[in-house]
Design a protein around this ligand. Structure first.
Ligand code: ZN
Length: 248
């Protein structure tokens, strides 16, 4: 039997983002309640009875926006902690918070990794998992060494108390995204290049703020609030990505 069902779209603003829902009205839904689900792929689905009025549906969704957003971030984070296991075509690699399909091809010249239209292409003369993994690791390290200093320079310029771009080291860190020494040297986790840009900016701002406030006191958080009003949400997102820092 074909289910009597209609499907419409509903878009609601939430902070600086928009939440898009698919509203499914169904005769089979005898209960009068409206149910909201965040699917494993991140889609938001609202199940409603056939006769439910638009304003009622909108209100039901509006009341649960914070919950929906939290679930969506969880889903997104889950998708970002994936990493290749066998280093073969079809697996997923994550760069700057975006998923790329891995494509392993035979190299004509030397080994090479490059991004092309949604793919992270690894050209290698020897397609063993160790070689592919090594090439990818080198590529991520090179991207980190290119991207993070540029971003640090941009953030430094925006902050009055930063008189000169601080010395930076980029390395593997197993427990932290970044740190700032008492001498003002900033260290960043090479794994940062896998997380979304907004998360990178949060870490940079956090460490640069330590140049002025060494401790996490009220003055420190006042500066974060002023320069990145959404920092708590971004930090929560980054906390959910802790595994990424450990991925090599
Ligand atoms: Zn800190």
């Amino acid at each position: 039997m074909k289910e009597a069902q209609t499907s419409t779209r509903l878009v609601l603003p939430y902070g600086d983002s928009r939440i898009r829902c698919e509203v499914r009205r169904s005769k089979q839904r005898v209960k009068r309640s409206i149910a909201i689900h965040v699917e494993p792929d991140g889609r938001v689905v609202v199940d409603a009875p056939l006769q439910a009025a638009d304003p009622d549906i909108r209100l039901a969704v509006a009341r649960r926006l914070a919950w929906i957003h939290r679930r969506m971030v969880e889903v997104e984070n889950r998708q970002l902690v994936v990493t290749p296991r066998e280093y073969v075509s079809g697996e997923t690699a994550v760069y700057l918070g975006r998923r790329y399909r891995l494509k392993v091809v035979s190299a004509q010249g030397g080994n090479q990794v490059r991004l092309r239209a949604g793919y992270l292409e690894v050209a290698v003369s020897n397609r063993s998992p160790e070689t592919v993994r090594h090439e990818l690791e080198q590529w991520f390290q090179a991207r980190a060494k290119e991207f993070l200093p540029t971003r640090l320079a941009m953030m430094s310029e925006r902050l009055r108390w930063v008189k000169a771009i601080p010395p930076l080291s980029i390395r593997r860190m197993s427990r932290q995204w970044g740190s700032c020494s008492p001498q003002g040297r900033i260290s960043l986790n090479v794994g940062l290049v896998r997380v979304p840009r907004e998360c990178i900016d949060y870490v940079l701002l956090h460490e640069l703020t330590h140049l002025r406030e060494h401790n996490h006191g009220p003055a420190f958080y006042r500066l974060l609030d002023r320069h990145l009003p959404n920092w708590k949400r971004t930090k929560a997102r980054l906390d959910g990505l802790a595994e990424v820092a450990l991925i090599r």
